[in-house]
Design a binder for this molecule. Structure first.
Ligand SMILES: *Cc1c(COP(=O)(O)O)cnc(C)c1O
Length: 981
């Protein structure tokens, strides 16, 4: 073993073994064998051959990695610098209790958190059911017809609703926002409005609606100060003008409150955070959106529906419009790709566990505690309750808000300063009478709340609903039932809940069972030690608007992570605010746009995007107010230089930027990348490097040094945040110094709220650090790996992809390769010849892989009819070999077409094979054994998909997007087969 092969890092901690040796799959001897296959004698030699010399760097200026014990102890020290308080600030983020059964069996369970977005529905039935339940919760509580399976946070959900209204109404220049929306929501909408050139007016919509040329209004029910008001006049006024109505709502309040649809809403949005998701210093939390029927085609994000499988049995899948971004690109309804699936599933399971009765009891208790608190305040001289009509938030006029805040703080409570003489106190699930009384005492109020009044409401969940009438306007009381479906009334015991979570998880394939070789997705290890800290109370229970002195630990962690990412990327500044890659793109493009405007070149609005780019690129450019022009692809898959030249020439002073992905979405290091950057710069444009593929480059090359002005990274790809079945994500935006003034700002800063029209630092999400709660994962990864570990990880990622390309090249040739015939961290297997000869499609191969126990590679992106394989450094050689064996075995099955069976009779056309099909009468041209045990390793460990192939063409119009009655799954569905329109 030579030193260049061995793990060169030695830890500074207390174990002899560097963590990188745990993170990286192949052992030293495996690496030697793999290198031998490729004809290189060291990892360094391989990466030198693959990465163009013109962009290579010497290495990272970084520590050498610490042990797991040392990093966890360091994280403990950082966590200790945060101060936990009883959080009563509210403003969109509320105290809640994550049931331990959900924390342990879902949040901390790799079967749930390591899953990918359910694009392959046959291996995703469990989490699709959980997401469908989430949609049902949203539909029932909002009274609207169809909900999506989560958005990024409340502020962006409102922004998406505003854009939806604008698209659907197609006339009018102005949206009117209720002045009772959270300030961060107003700031985020204003930022979007600036980029897309429409007007925002802010008014008290409970007083009616004035003005014309309006495409939509957004009412806050309840408002940011807690007030519950009626909007009938404004709603009618909007509808009379042909405009649409959105309600920003609170799910817990809606258990007591008349649903938004009954109040006239066409759309409802909000955050599902208080359904069991910790505060997490601002995120990740699931935003939600529901619309009335007729608007579903406009709905952004992913939608789960009930379709049917090849046997005609009901089965879940995502609606086709989920893929819309890749097809419609700049015409897509939204740029949202990764959303908040894991958090939506937590909220969904919180509703399953508590049921309608339990939820109502929690809400009623919170409401009555707030009412009792207000009644006690009434008795105090010098304090006045602002309104009686509220759910959980009491706004109180005081002599001096800051003084009140300080005494509350000293007693262990965070309350909100609404203005210099108004405070807000928001109650949540865990708050008790004792808490309320302690806060009253701290505020100098002598009255106390009687404990006995609250005893009855604590009992039971699935019994009769016997909560007292709410104390707000009786015209706004909920009178309709919700969550009547059996799933919300069956799992009230912990045993039942635990088994339901296990049953669903067992239907799915996640990283805990198999490699997920999805190209462009980087499904690498999410190490247990990296996950450890996120549920510690000192991180999880911090309110995003807690005073700075209570969040010093968070701020240190964030600052250090930003600095490390700046070193890795070669940029000067990094913002962690964007909560998905798509949002990082938007932030980066807005920075470019603002930069041109500030330089007196507002006409620079054209964004060049290569044909092969990820669908989010074009969609984000539109949201940033840019016009997309496509640059062609040359024969070898790289950017067509002649076309680039022509487009630069043609656009002249209108060129704003080029958006390239590096290494390219074709999985190669394009050698002329510097030249592309230079040409664009020479023409006055900026260079956006989509850094979602950074896993090929960490420690080997830096986009900020080879010509990028701005990049986003995906921490949920390269930096180990688990994919969660479709989120959470973190999409930091990294910029060179000249763009730093335009990084996203704090949506709650007084300056930004007052001056949104001219501010440079437009906020991208509602809280300053977006999905802060999961940042300890990436922080831990960098601390554990160190400079050498990171570089070695990149090199092994290159090794794995090239090993697969080499081992499969004779049967499935790699479509593109770069210098020395090498690919980067992923490889596109070209199946189109085979399809032409045999009829077997890339999709057939993807589905047949399920029978071999694998999650499919990326299907038909970026090139239709191909599979893109990204193994990552975490997969050991035996798993790579198992995949290679499966692909070779599938190839042999394809070869047998025309001799043993026709295409239609082949195991490929029928794949995947659930147990029910194999146990049925069998008259196939291949044996049952061939169907389910095509390679011998499957005899011991076999995954059976719960359904057979799900009909992708079965039209969206036939999808039922709410919980079906359970009997639907016992009979054959008789729905007719309309094609999607
Ligand atoms: C994943 C990906 C994105 C989008 O990231 P999200 O977090 O899903 O929004 C953008 N570009 C590329 C190249 C990607 O692979």
């Amino acid at each position: 073993m030579t030193s260049s092969l061995a793990h060169t890092t030695r830890p500074t901690g207390d174990t002899k073994r560097p963590f990188s040796d745990r993170h990286i799959g192949p052992r030293a001897t495996d690496i030697e064998e793999m290198l031998e296959e490729l004809g290189y004698d060291s990892l360094e030699a391989l990466s030198n051959a693959a990465v163009p010399e013109s962009i290579q760097i010497d290495g990272l200026d970084f520590h050498s990695g610490h042990s797991e014990v040392a990093v966890l102890s360091e994280l403990r020290d950082i966590a200790a610098k945060n101060t936990t308080r009883k959080q009563m600030i509210g403003q969109g983020y509320y105290d809640t209790i994550t049931p331990a059964v959900i924390r342990r069996n879902l949040v901390e369970n790799p079967a749930w958190y390591t899953a990918y977005t359910p694009y392959q529905p046959e291996i995703s039935q469990g989490r699709l059911e959980a997401l469908l339940n989430f949609q049902q919760v949203i539909q029932d509580l909002t009274g609207l017809d169809i909900a999506n399976a989560s958005l990024l946070d409340e502020a962006t959900a409102v922004a998406e609703a505003v854009l939806l209204m604008r698209r659907a109404v197609k006339k009018g220049t102005t949206v009117v926002l209720d002045s009772e929306l959270h300030p961060q929501t107003i700031a985020v909408v204003r930022a979007r409005a600036r980029a897309m050139d429409f007007r925002v007016a802010v008014a008290d919509l409970s007083a009616g609606l004035i003005g014309e040329d309006i495409f939509g209004i957004v009412c806050a029910q309840p408002g940011t100060t807690g007030a519950i008001r009626t909007f009938a006049e404004a709603v009618d006024g909007a509808h009379d003008r042909g405009a649409l109505v959105t309600f920003a709502a609170d799910l817990l309040a809606l258990t007591l409150l008349k649903d938004p649809a009954s109040q006239g809403a066409d759309i409802a949005v909000g955050s599902a955070q208080r359904f069991g998701v910790p505060l997490f210093f601002g995120g990740p939390h699931a935003g939600f959106m529901a619309v009335k029927s007729g608007l579903q085609r406009q709905l952004p994000g992913r939608i789960v529906g009930v379709s049917k499988d090849a046997q005609g049995k009901p089965a879940y899948r995502l609606a086709l419009q989920t893929r819309e971004q890749h097809i419609r690109r700049q015409k897509a309804t939204s740029n949202i790709c990764t959303a908040q699936a894991l958090l939506a599933n937590v909220a969904s399971m919180y509703a399953v566990y508590h049921g309608p009765v339990g939820l109502t009891r929690i809400a009623s208790r919170v409401h009555r505690l707030a009412q009792a608190f207000a009644a006690a305040i009434d008795t105090a001289p010098g304090a006045e309750v602002v309104t009686r009509e509220f759910f959980d938030t009491v706004a109180i006029r005081v002599v001096n808000s800051e003084t009140a805040r300080l005494v509350a703080d000293a007693a262990g409570f965070n309350i909100r300063v609404i203005d210099p003489t108004t405070i807000g106190v928001s109650f949540g699930e865990s708050h008790t009478v004792t808490d309320a009384n302690a806060l009253l005492a701290a505020l100098g109020v002598t009255a106390r709340i009687e404990t006995d009044d609250f005893k009855a409401a604590a009992a039971g969940t699935f019994g009769p609903n016997t909560v007292p009438e709410p104390q707000f306007d009786s015209a706004l009381h909920r009178t309709t039932e919700f969550l009547t479906h059996p799933v919300f009334n069956s799992h009230g015991s912990e045993t039942s809940m635990m088994r339901y979570l296990r049953t669903l998880a067992d239907r799915d394939l996640a990283l805990d069972r198999t490699m997920i070789p999805l190209g462009s997705c980087t499904m690498k290890l999410n190490a247990a030690a990296e996950m450890e800290a996120i549920t510690w109370p000192e991180f999880a229970n911090i309110h995003p608007f807690a005073p700075t002195e209570q969040t010093l630990g968070w701020r240190e962690l964030i600052f250090r992570l930003e600095s490390a990412l700046a070193e890795i990327t070669g940029y000067d500044r990094v913002s962690l605010q964007p909560n998905a890659g798509s949002q990082g793109e938007l932030a980066g493009l807005l920075a470019i746009r603002s930069y041109h405007v500030a330089n007196g070149e507002p006409e620079r609005t054209v964004c060049l995007i290569p044909q092969s780019a990820h669908g989010t690129n074009a969609a984000s450019a539109v949201l940033a107010g840019l016009q997309v022009q496509v640059v062609g692809t040359a024969e070898d898959g790289s950017v067509d230089m002649a076309d680039l030249e022509a487009k630069i020439e043609k656009n002249g002073d209108r060129l704003a930027a080029i958006m390239i992905t590096y290494p390219s979405t074709h999985g190669v290091f394009e050698p002329q990348v510097r030249e592309v950057c230079d040409r664009v710069h020479a023409a006055g444009g900026q260079v956006y490097v989509d850094g979602a593929n950074l896993n090929a480059m960490v420690g080997l090359a830096k986009p900020g040094e080879f010509g990028g002005d701005v990049s986003h990274l995906n921490l949920h790809k390269t930096f180990c945040i688990p994919h969660g079945g479709g989120g959470p994500g973190v999409g930091p935006v990294a910029v060179r110094a000249h763009l730093a003034p335009y990084l996203p700002g704090d949506a709650t800063s007084a300056e930004l709220v007052a001056n949104a029209e001219d501010a440079n630092n437009l906020p991208i999400s509602g809280s300053m650090f977006g999905s802060a709660g999961v940042l300890p994962i990436s922080f831990a990864y960098l601390e554990l790996m160190g400079a050498e570990g990171l570089r070695e990880a990149s090199r092994v990622a290159l090794l794995g992809a090239n090993y697969i390309a080499s081992k499969l090249g004779d049967i499935f040739p790699p479509l593109y390769s770069g210098q020395n015939g090498l690919v980067a961290h992923e490889t596109i297997l070209d199946l189109r010849d085979m399809t032409a000869k045999t009829g077997v499609t890339a999709e057939d191969v993807a589905k047949r892989l399920i029978d071999y126990g694998f999650h499919a590679p990326t299907l038909s992106f970026p090139v239709p009819g191909t599979l893109m394989v990204e193994p990552t450094e975490s997969e050991d050689k035996s798993e790579l070999d198992r995949f290679i064996e499966a692909m070779r075995s599938i190839h042999a099955e394809i070869e047998a077409i025309g001799t043993d069976y026709s295409y239609e009779e082949s195991p490929l056309a029928a794949a995947p094979h659930p147990a029910t099909v194999v146990m049925d009468d069998w008259d196939a041209k291949y044996t049952r054994e061939q169907a389910v045990f095509p390679v011998s390793g499957l005899r011991q460990t076999k995954y059976f998909p719960p359904v057979s192939r799900i009909d992708g063409a079965y039209g969206d119009r036939n999808l039922v997007c709410s919980c079906p009655p359970p009997e639907a799954f016992e009979e054959n569905s008789a729905a007719d087969e309309n094609e999607d329109d």
